[in-house]
Design a protein around this ligand. Structure first.
Ligand SMILES: [Zn+2]
Ligand SMILES: [Zn+2]
Ligand SMILES: [Zn+2]
Length: 1071
């Protein structure tokens, strides 16, 4: 140290009478060989002087001295002429392309819903007012601080990336001015100066010694002046800090309040000055007064006055640098280069990374200035933003871990910058290709989540900390940012790296598949309601990420097939215990199923199945791409195991049914809430909806009778249909009836719900339209209520505005308040009483409303299902559920019970659902007969339903049963529906009989066409025929596929049919 001081003094003597004017000083600096040493020496001399009065500074004087003795000389050094003139010139050359205004907390930001690439792209008020977007659909937000204006970023906007003031080529930014501003000399000076400036800023900011300065800065005798410095934290209340200060410093309330306000704003403040020992004492006092059982003590340090001064000035220098960089793109680039340079031979990261890695240790005020420094340099230059992003990803894991154990808000953490980089489409792609960022994020999650893993390696969030989990959500959010814009171009490398990331993501889903299992509580009520919010919250966070992963996979058939294979493998790995469990046999009307013995009401069950649901999502997308026929190349038939895939989603649906049947009432509110969210608009797309799809996959690939037997078995209803249950236990009867209703409803959904692109031939618009129609069938609603009930995509859009006017008309507000949308009359025909997103209350409200409406218009009260859209080929076999033996048996049993005066194992609701299924069967056959010649239509619902049953009961066919039901006075309300069904039976019958006639007329019309040479018509016919052949071909493929699946599992099917040698009495009925 003594040596250093001596050298310092020496130098002073070498330059006798340091130049007095800034100009002369700058010129003198220029003559020195080493700018860095000279610069530090200058700071060492001046900074401690200027900042000496820390406790009670004269801020104006301080600023003036910094300006004249440091900044102005630096500016002279940089420009070689009067900086005021030079900066004025530069200002008019306006080298901006981006606005880059950094938002303060509470500032209003604007986002264009029509043009923003994603909702994170925002404009400041000035830019918005001067842009085309003010005439578009826009949203206003209140900034939490830290973000910046994206005006000028061509990747952030589909159209109108510039406002008038930032438009290139306008008066403010003419082309010739853009680059002419800086001459070579200035650039050379900047290259000499900036590295020293940034090095000083970084080194002082991360300086850890409390008492010593770096040797270059320690040029004079150290004084005995110290500060006791108090830091802000987010745990102690305002009052607690004031109290601790008053006690420890023995000061007035006003002074303690002053300190506390400053600490809250800036993040740190000197609260006492003096000798080391005195400050040390104050430190211990504050700590002991702020500590109690539940709280750590406040963070206090004793800093030497010189250390404090240099740290303060380093930040002030940062702000000055910000100003300088705002004048020129060249300055920004030189600065960034200096930040990124790695010291030769050093293991240390580059300067900007060192700063990032130090972020979580810094106090608020310092972080803010450093983040602004990053904004005004790296984020204003696209090329350097990329380099910054690469450094950010390089240290991502560490940064996130530091953030998770930090106690400051996300808005002042460097990790919050992720949104600025990950949402830029080209950057995201680059980071995936070059740094595998998806895997980096998922691996970070896998490293921070293990504390929540149970011994089965499944997550369990019992007793979680909300704050900590909230910080982990931020990492999940980054995954969303990376995926928010789908690539339009796929390189081989991008595919490879994306798949790598997808595999890594599957590992997280594996820890979620089957997590937080529950068992039905019998006898006693559960003691403590388990935590459920964390798991559901993660599910909500993941919803759009899961959907985006599926959409990315679906960009390319090959990619999708590989992803399917990986996901299938992961599901099967989670099903091993199921595969090895013991077996049981179910028999009904001559059909037999051997299946695993498992009961939802007795065994463990989980509502969390993201792997199964992702697989269902991939299956649907494969169907949409027409690639199902190639699936066996990736997942061999013998490995497919459709029953295992269906099993877990089915259990989940059965759990819901049993909850409705009040079988789980002893398990408390926690389960009720989970079941609610399972079907709620915030979660259902990746929970409930996907479970229905998985059952549709099962129904499309399994033998329909066996599929229904499996459903009956899991609903624990096989007995209820197999034998006459005679009991007087009203509770038990009620429970059975509820379960049967729930099961019928699910069967209706499996067969009837086709409004998912890939399941049925529908578009996304049609799906949204249907949702809106069903909401408005309940009652007219204001815009906000409709929007609240529609799922939001990753861009927070529901698609509502695009379609609402097609199905509804807006009624202006009356005296009562807000205007509402009313359904158009022509949309009423699309009403489906058993719409799968209706809650129980919505269902009965809608039914009531629609019946009332029909009554007022003197129409009958039948509410048959609307004709559903056609299934996609991959799902076409689902309709076979309708006309299979077991279904006929179920329907007949229900009708017979309704006619049997002794039976109470039926309800009117159950009958209504049975009618709905009948109607679906007849509609299907009618539609098929209208499209194809009679002999080609193998779907024989009419035939099956008209056949006589021979059983212990009266031999009657379904039509006869319906006629009888019509005569029961209590069923008056169903009369119209029965009449509708009977008429439909007639229609289908006539279509079957008249088919010969129809064929002859069509062939005649073809002849007519030929005669009139109506080429257009002929062409249409040809196209229709080609389409029909194509359809037939695909259907044949699908049949082969299904046959293959059945054949591979033939062993299982065969062994069971052998056991069914003893047929029951009803057996011959449906054969
Ligand atoms: Zn702006
Ligand atoms: Zn602008
Ligand atoms: Zn716009």
């Amino acid at each position: 140290m003594a040596d250093e001081e001596a050298r310092g003094v020496e130098r002073m003597e070498v330059s006798p009478g340091l130049p007095q004017t800034p100009q002369a000083l700058a010129a003198w600096w220029d003559q020195q060989v080493d700018f860095h040493t000279t610069f530090l020496h200058h700071l060492a001399l001046l900074v401690p002087e200027i900042y000496s009065a820390e406790m009670d500074p004269d801020l104006e004087k301080q600023e003036e001295s910094i300006q004249t003795s440091i900044f102005t000389p630096l500016e002279w050094y940089l420009f070689g002429e009067d900086p005021d003139i030079c900066l004025e010139k530069l200002k008019h050359s306006g080298a901006f392309q981006l606005c880059g205004k950094v938002f303060k907390s509470g500032e209003t930001t604007y986002s264009c819903r029509d043009c923003a690439i994603d909702p994170t792209c925002v404009l400041c008020m000035d830019c918005f007012q001067n842009s085309v977007h003010k005439n578009h659909r826009y949203k206003m937000h209140t900034s939490t601080g830290g973000g910046f204006c994206d005006c000028g970023d061509t990747e952030a906007w589909k159209t109108g990336p510039f406002c008038i003031s930032h438009e290139p080529g306008t008066a403010a930014t003419t082309k010739e001015n853009l680059r002419c501003s800086l001459n070579e000399e200035v650039i050379a000076q900047a290259r000499k100066m900036f590295p020293s400036v940034i090095k000083y800023i970084v080194e002082m900011t991360i300086w850890e010694e409390e008492k010593e300065l770096p040797s270059e800065l320690q040029i004079r005798e150290k004084n005995e002046r110290y500060y006791c410095v108090l830091f802000n934290d987010e745990h102690h209340s305002y009052d607690h800090v004031i109290y601790s200060l008053q006690r420890a410093l023995d000061c007035e309330l006003a002074e303690a309040q002053l300190h506390t306000t400053a600490i809250d704003k800036e993040g740190r403040r000197a609260v006492k000055a003096g000798a080391f020992a005195a400050c040390q004492e104050a430190k211990e006092d504050i700590k002991s007064h702020s500590e109690n059982v539940s709280q750590h003590p406040l963070h206090v340090e004793v800093l030497h006055s010189d250390v404090m001064a240099h740290q303060k000035f380093a930040l002030r220098l940062g702000s000055w640098m910000n100003k300088i960089m705002s004048y020129s793109s060249d300055f920004r680039q030189i600065f960034c280069q200096a930040c990124l340079r790695e010291e030769p031979g050093s293991e240390n990261p580059c300067l900007i990374s060192r700063l990032m890695l130090w972020d979580a240790k810094l106090y608020k005020g310092a972080r803010k200035i450093l983040h602004e420094l990053i904004f005004s340099s790296f984020f204003m230059e696209m090329e350097y933003k990329k380099f910054f992003a690469m450094e950010f990803v390089k240290y991502y894991k560490q940064l996130q871990k530091d953030y998770i154990s930090d106690d400051h808000d996300r808005s002042i953490s460097v990790t919050a910058l992720s949104v600025q980089m990950f949402t830029v489409p080209t950057l995201a792609r680059h980071l995936i290709e070059e740094q595998n960022v998806i895997s980096v994020i998922t691996e970070t999650l896998l490293e921070v989540l293990p504390e929540y893993l149970d011994r089965n390696n499944k997550f369990n969030f019992q007793g979680y900390s909300q704050d900590k989990l909230g910080r982990i959500y931020a990492v999940i959010c980054d995954l969303k940012y990376i995926l928010i814009s789908k690539p339009t171009v796929w390189t081989e490398r991008l595919k490879m790296q994306f798949l790598e990331g997808f595999r890594s993501f599957l590992k997280i889903l594996t820890c979620m598949q089957g997590m937080e299992e529950i068992r039905r509580q019998i006898g006693q009520h559960i003691e403590v309601d388990p935590d459920w919010e964390a798991a559901i919250a993660i599910q909500m966070q993941l919803k759009n990420i899961l959907l985006m992963f599926q959409e990315w996979c679906a960009c390319d058939e090959e990619l999708l097939l590989v992803a399917y294979k990986e996901c299938h493998k992961a599901v099967m790995r989670c099903s091993t215990s199921f595969m090895s469990s013991s077996k049981t046999v179910v028999q009904l009307c001559g059909h037999t199923l051997e299946t695993k013995s498992y009961r939802v009401s007795e065994d463990l069950v989980s509502i969390h199945l993201p792997l199964s649901r992702t697989l269902a999502g991939l299956h649907v997308r494969l169907s949409r791409l027409g690639g199902i026929a190639r699936l066996h190349e990736f997942v061999p038939f013998e490995d497919f195991q459709v029953e295992a895939l269906v099993e877990f989603p089915l259990r989940c649906l059965v759990l819901v049914a049993q909850v409705v049947a009040e079988m789980w009432r002893r398990n408390g509110l926690s389960l009720i809430s989970q079941v609610f969210y399972y079907q709620d608009v915030k979660c259902r797309e990746e929970m409930y909806d996907k479970d229905i799809i998985m059952l549709q996959i099962g129904a499309s690939l399994m033998d329909p009778n066996k599929f229904l037997l499996l459903i009956l078995q899991r609903y624990e209803l096989a007995d209820a249909f197999n034998k006459t249950i005679s009991t007087n236990d009203q509770d038990l009867i009620k429970q059975y009836n509820t379960l049967i209703e729930e099961m019928l409803q699910i069967l209706i959904y499996i067969v009837g719900e086709r409004y998912v692109p890939g399941v049925g031939n529908v578009t996304k618009e049609e799906v949204t339209m249907r949702e809106i129609i069903h909401l408005l069938c309940i009652e007219p609603m204001p815009h906000s209520a409709i929007a609240k009930n529609l799922p939001e995509n990753e861009n927070n859009e529901t698609g509502l505005e695009n379609v609402i006017n097609k199905v509804a008309t807006f009624k202006k507000p009356g005296v009562s308040g807000h205007g509402v949308y009313e359904l158009k009359d022509e949309s009423l025909k699309d009403f489906n009483m058993y719409f799968y997103h209706y809650s129980k209350t919505q269902h009965s409200k809608a039914e009531h409303m629609q019946k009332k409406k029909r009554k007022q218009e003197n129409k009958d009260e039948a509410l048959p299902p609307p004709p559903p859209p056609e299934f996609c080929p991959a799902f076409s076999k689902v309709i076979n559920l309708l006309n299979c033996d077991v279904m006929m048996y179920i329907l007949r049993t229900i009708f017979e019970r309704a006619l049997d005066t002794d039976s109470n194992l039926w309800t009117e609701g159950m009958l209504q659902m049975a009618f709905h299924i009948l109607a679906l069967g007849l509609l299907e056959e009618k539609q098929q007969l209208q499209k194809a010649p009679e002999e080609e239509v193998t779907f024989d619902f009419y035939h099956k339903a008209s056949r006589l049953g021979s059983s212990s009961m009266n031999a009657q066919n379904i039509q006869m049963l319906l006629e009888k039901l019509k005569g029961i006075p209590q069923l008056e309300g169903q009369k119209d529906m029965i009449t509708w069904i009977l008429q439909m039976f007639d229609t289908v019958k006539r279509l079957r009989e008249k088919s010969c006639l129809i064929i002859s007329t069509t062939s005649e019309s073809i002849r007519n066409d030929e005669i009139t040479h109506d080429k257009e018509k002929a062409e249409r016919k040809r196209k229709a025929e080609a389409a029909r052949l194509h359809r037939q071909k695909i259907m044949a493929q699908m049949s082969a596929l299904q046959k293959n699946f059945i054949e591979t599992h033939k062993l299982m099917y065969d062994s069971t049919s052998e056991m069914s040698g003893k047929e029951d009495s009803i057996m011959e009925e449906e054969r």
